[in-house]
Write a protein that binds this ligand. Sequence first.
Ligand code: SF4
Ligand code: SF4
Length: 208
Amino acid sequence: MTGCGSCDMIIKNIEKKYYNKLKEKGIVLVGGAVNLDDEEEVNKIKEIRKNAKILIAVGSCAVSGGFQRMLIGLENGFPQRFVRVGDVVKVDYAIIGCQPDEEEVERVVKAVIENDSQTLKPYEIIAGKPIIDAYMKVNEVLLTSNKELCLGCDDKPINDEFCTGCGTCVAKCPANALTIDEKPKVNISKCIKCGTCFFNCIRVKEAL
Ligand code: SF4
Ligand code: SF4
């Protein structure tokens, strides 16, 4: 699909390592956003889905449209033309990250092979809904008593009340949009809304 190719490198490594198991279980990993103007690409993802028993979207572009949707799409005036894979076909599990950790992708693949539903739960939630709904789902748990919402697209990845200030989100941000003093802060003008900070936050992972 349409992306910078770094998720494809991760996918290739995993495919090499788990080739037999992936084939046996019908597990397919896909990276990149879908360009709705590219008929070949749309047909390709439909064909992939048809032949896959389990489809895993890898990386922010595949999961949310990522920077393809937010930057390239916007520059061309058609942000809606670059969509997440889940907008075109059903996705079973989604791994956010720009790019995601290869170890995390491997952990998910192993969990699918071993039918480890506990490990897979957050990835299933993220796959099932547009990313903003996934944020909402998590925030049902993270909401403070005053019902203040933080959607990861505000000026902080999560509510300060829950944040431990560990800095993981700052280290993971692909756009250098985060700075940290005691708690992280988002520079909105740099943020590409990939969701990497939010979904890599240990507190969010606990909540899912
Ligand atoms: S601050 Fe923005 S660009 Fe950085 S990881 Fe979070 S959502 Fe992505
Ligand atoms: S990863 Fe989560 S807990 Fe750690 S600093 Fe970022 S928002 Fe706070």
